[in-house]
Design a protein around this ligand. Structure first.
Ligand SMILES: Cc1cc2nc3c(=O)[nH]c(=O)nc-3n(C[C@H](O)[C@H](O)[C@H](O)COP(=O)(O)OP(=O)(O)OC[C@H]3O[C@@H](n4cnc5c(N)ncnc54)[C@H](O)[C@@H]3O)c2cc1C
Length: 498
């Protein structure tokens, strides 16, 4: 057993952990970061992301401050809109059915823009997300759904820049290092016990930051907490987030918080691997263009309003809807009117895709779909579409269906113009919503709502932020805001501690 001593130990190696490690080091603390994954697979779910950040902004001039090389031509062809703190808070409230912890929501929103600037100061570069968050429609882009920017190089680029900054700030990183237990003494946290390359080590620290993800990669906990069937979901990202941080904190008296039966889960390539693969084409699994088509189940029936809102506000809850269908799968169906809008992943190798010039041929090729049910659905759907309303992918265009049991509220083009394409999807889990209770300074709270001295948390394992649903690109933003706060607070505490 090797004995070592630090001011702050950060557990986890993704965005929240790196923000915490950086902020603690900037505070003057001696910091150790423990990443369970080997170096080649470091970075957690953060490295799998598209790198989107949801921040408050007031239009082009704020965006230019974050993207200094934005050209005048880009500005001229783009409507960035505005995303005020009030709208952000409204979105968080509405999306979570007003269960969100209001103090955590305020902290996230009010610190979002400043934290993006803080990341820029540490080498992260941001770009506007044309194509994903704004479509080229009649020569103009208009950003929708509250998100404009993403980190250069996506999640992989973000994490790379953060590891570089951590090295520059003198953070020690150990890979293949799985924290197992938090050491708690009479005054509070005293360190952690970890398995490093199969050997147990005790690491002394005045403060510990937990930033080691949710329990999405733990098949057994998924079934236990999310419910039957969740063992069958594919994990979109890292295999290392198995709930260790949550368990370790609960073991020393932390309070569980948030929606333990809830998670972020999307319609995902049906035959995707069990976990994301950082070396492979993990992004090939995305099937986020469903607002421009329809989704049908094994009976050939629609089961969800594909156009209820911008995809940023529906995708994270529709994975659950797919999982609930017979056989846990569905097909997304598009006609030639929408094919130009499909995201690049639809064209990548590994997509379960069929194409045909007639709908009869198409359904014949769609594995395990009832053809009569499908034909009836298409007939009724096409008859219900408001044909006189103009289609516009950048706004909620109100082009809806009328009179169906499950109506489509926006972007309801008919499915009638060949060629037709269909893509088979299953459920891909992104991260879990239940976790630990923290205050706005990221102290982990016990059942009496009292801080456990020296223990801080940030990122996915924080409960109370998301319920039922999630607004796209709030995860990295939350991890950054609370990670930075956790590092600052833990660093300050450790240096003050006797
Ligand atoms: C495919 C995909 C796309 C996404 N796109 C976006 C997006 O564009 N924008 C957005 O905001 N969010 C996105 N998300 C969600 C986002 O990934 C998470 O909200 C965010 O990355 C969580 O950060 P984190 O640091 O809490 O967790 P992670 O980045 O998952 O980091 C957890 C870390 O803890 C480590 N770990 C686990 N157990 C232990 C242990 N016992 N000891 C030591 N280390 C341990 C893991 O190895 C990992 O490094 C996406 C997620 C996926 C999967």
């Amino acid at each position: 057993m090797d004995n070592q001593s630090y001011d702050v130990v950060v557990i986890g190696g993704g965005n929240a952990a790196l923000c915490a490690a950086l902020a603690a080091a900037e505070h003057g603390a001696k910091v150790l970061l423990l990443e369970r994954a080997p170096e080649a697979k470091r970075g957690g779910n953060s490295s799998f992301t598209g790198g989107g950040f949801r921040m408050v902004h007031h239009g082009a001039s704020d965006i230019r401050r974050v993207v200094p090389d934005l050209s005048d031509a880009d500005i001229a062809r783009t409507d960035f809109g505005e995303y005020s703190a009030e709208t952000y808070l409204d979105d968080l409230g509405r999306i979570t059915q007003y269960y969100i912890d209001p103090d955590l929501a305020e902290t996230l929103v009010r610190n979002s823009t400043d934290t993006v600037h803080w990341l820029m100061g540490r080498g992260v570069k941001f770009l506007p997300n044309y194509g994903r968050q704004a479509y080229n429609h009649e020569g103009r882009f208009r950003f929708f759904g509250g998100v404009v920017i993403y980190a250069n190089g996506g999640g992989a680029g973000l994490v790379e820049a953060e590891y570089k900054a951590a090295a520059k700030h003198g953070v020690t990183v150990r890979y293949g290092a799985r924290a197992m237990t938090i050491l708690r003494g009479p005054q509070g946290v005293e360190g952690v016990r970890a398995l490093v390359a199969g050997a147990e080590e005790e690491i002394r620290a005045r403060a510990v930051v937990l930033a080691c993800g949710g329990f999405e990669a733990n098949r057994e906990w998924r079934t236990r907490y999310l419910g039957p069937g969740w063992d069958m979901a594919k994990v979109r990202g890292t295999r290392y987030n198995t709930g260790d941080g949550i368990r370790m904190a609960l073991d020393i008296g932390a309070q569980s918080y948030g929606q333990w039966s809830g998670c972020h889960a999307v319609a995902w390539e049906r035959y995707a691997n069990d976990y994301g693969d950082v070396d492979g084409q993990h992004s090939a699994g995305y099937r986020h263009s469903y607002p421009f088509g329809i989704m049908v189940n094994a009976n050939g029936e629609r089961f969800v309003d594909e156009g209820a809102d911008f995809r940023n506000y529906t995708y994270a809850k529709y994975g659950r809807m797919v999982l609930a269908q017979p056989g846990n799968y569905a097909w997304q169906v598009f006609d030639s009117q929408a094919l130009y809008l499909l995201r690049d992943e639809y064209k990548m190798r590994g997509a379960t895709k069929v194409r045909a010039d007639t709908l009869e041929e198409l359904v014949g090729r769609m594995q395990d779909v009832n053809p009569e049910g499908f034909s009836k659905t298409i007939r009724e759907y096409n008859a219900a579409v408001k044909r006189d309303v103009k289609f516009d992918p950048n706004v909620k265009d109100g082009k809806s269906t009328v009179g169906l049991a499950v109506n489509k509220t926006n972007w309801a083009n008919t499915i009638e113009k060949p060629p037709f394409e269909a893509y088979s999807v299953g459920c891909g889990i992104t991260f879990t919503f239940g976790g630990l209770k923290i205050d706005t300074s990221t102290h982990v709270l016990d059942i009496e709502d009292m801080p456990i001295p020296g223990l801080y948390a940030a990122g996915e394992l924080v409960g109370g932020l998301f319920y039922f649903n999630y607004p796209g690109s709030a995860g990295l933003m939350a991890g950054s805001v609370f990670g930075r706060t956790a590092g600052r607070e833990a660093g300050g505490y450790a240096l003050r501690a006797p």
